[in-house]
Design a protein around this ligand. Structure first.
Ligand SMILES: NC(=O)c1ccc[n+]([C@@H]2O[C@H](COP(=O)([O-])OP(=O)(O)OC[C@H]3O[C@@H](n4cnc5c(N)ncnc54)[C@H](O)[C@@H]3O)[C@@H](O)[C@H]2O)c1
Length: 320
């Protein structure tokens, strides 16, 4: 069986990737538990508590065929205030360490998470050929990943290093992200407690809410693709825009409740993303990707499987 190392494997997307792929591959999750939770992983997934910035921790995974790098600094607020330097060091050092470790161990394919945040308020739909001007340090760090990958692949063409610009990912196993979790999780936790979800502005801003199962499916297609992908970058989304108001309605419907949201003046003064949806033409054509989870089904599943006791910390006053 082929082996995959997933850095950030106890986190939201990483744990879903490991649990879904554990039967087709020998999967090892590595995570320093900065945000992740070992309980996100099925008991038969191998777990290493370790730091992706440390070669000696990566060595504990042994030789692998593929690396999926999801560790690192996973959202914009983690680069704010005193965390600024750490945000960059953790993001860049983990990626470079993983690349070098993979190359020295003969791992030929590394997948990594980039982000749709790179696009800022670009015209819709967001497409990989657009020029991007990252609007915050988180997006800059992911753009740096993309540049590093291109150079690294030029110097070491035997290495494929493929990036994925995830749109707004939602689904199970987000409790450990607390206030950094997706808006769907945070609104879900609010409504479960009969608290009014706080919406910035009138709620007509849109996001391409993508179920984590579809994200995992896209990554898995790239692992299985025989054709060389070099240092290519792909959007993963649904190609659909949904307003924040619609999310509150869908959650209320799934709960059988009528909790009203509270609209406040948007405290994010600059560069707030007003609209988001992906052009998924490239990933569809090259990898055969097709999103399968309907938003209302994904939300209903999330409401059915609530685990409020696992929420690390939550508040409506977070990054939306
Ligand atoms: N969730 C989204 O909507 C979304 C959108 C775009 C991009 N991404 C990217 O996808 C990746 C996964 O995101 P996520 O939502 O699962 O976030 P997450 O925070 O749940 O997962 C990241 C995991 O990495 C771990 N980690 C952080 N630094 C580490 C290190 N140095 N060594 C080992 N483990 C470390 C954390 O403990 C956490 O479990 C991130 O790179 C994120 O930037 C996520």
């Amino acid at each position: 069986m082929k082996k995959i190392l997933v850095t950030g494997g106890a986190g939201f997307i990483g744990s879903n990737f490991c649990n879904i792929n554990k039967t087709g591959y020998e999967v090892t999750a590595l995570d320093n538990l900065f945000l992740g939770d070992e309980r996100n992983l099925d008991s038969d997934v191998k777990f290493i508590k370790g730091d992706a910035c440390k070669t000696e921790d990566l060595d504990k995974a042994g030789l692998v065929d593929f690396v999926v790098h999801l560790a690192g600094t996973s959202s914009a607020p983690m680069f704010m205030g005193d965390q600024f330097t750490w945000g960059y060091v953790n993001a860049i050092q983990s990626f470079c360490t993983v690349l070098e470790w993979a190359r020295k161990n003969g791992t030929k394919k590394v997948l990594y998470a980039s982000t749709s945040s790179l696009y800022g308020n670009n015209p819709l739909p967001l497409v990989e050929t657009q020029e991007v001007t990252p609007i915050n340090h988180y997006a800059v760090s992911k753009r740096v990943y993309e540049y590093i990958s291109r150079c690294y692949n030029k110097v070491y063409p035997q290495m494929e290093i493929i990036g994925f610009r995830f749109m707004s990912v939602y689904g199970p196993n987000e409790e450990a992200k607390g206030k950094y979790a997706n808006l769907i999780s945070q609104f879900c936790w609010d409504i479960a407690r009969d608290l009014s979800p706080i919406i910035y502005g009138d709620g007509t801003q849109t996001r391409d809410f993508t179920n984590v199962k579809d994200v995992v499916a896209g990554l898995t297609l790239a692992i299985e693709k025989e054709k060389k992908l070099g240092a290519d970058v792909f959007n993963i989304g649904t190609g659909r825009a949904t307003t924040v108001n619609e999310i509150v309605d869908a959650l209320n419907k799934a709960f059988g409740k009528t909790v009203k949201p509270t609209h406040i003046v948007n405290p994010v003064k600059e560069d707030y993303v007003l609209g988001q949806y992906a052009d998924i033409g490239k990933i569809t054509e090259v990898l055969g990707y097709k999103p399968t989870v309907k938003l209302e089904d994904g939300i209903a599943e999330q409401v059915k499987n609530l685990r409020m006791e696992r929420i690390r910390e939550t508040s409506s006053d977070s990054f939306r």
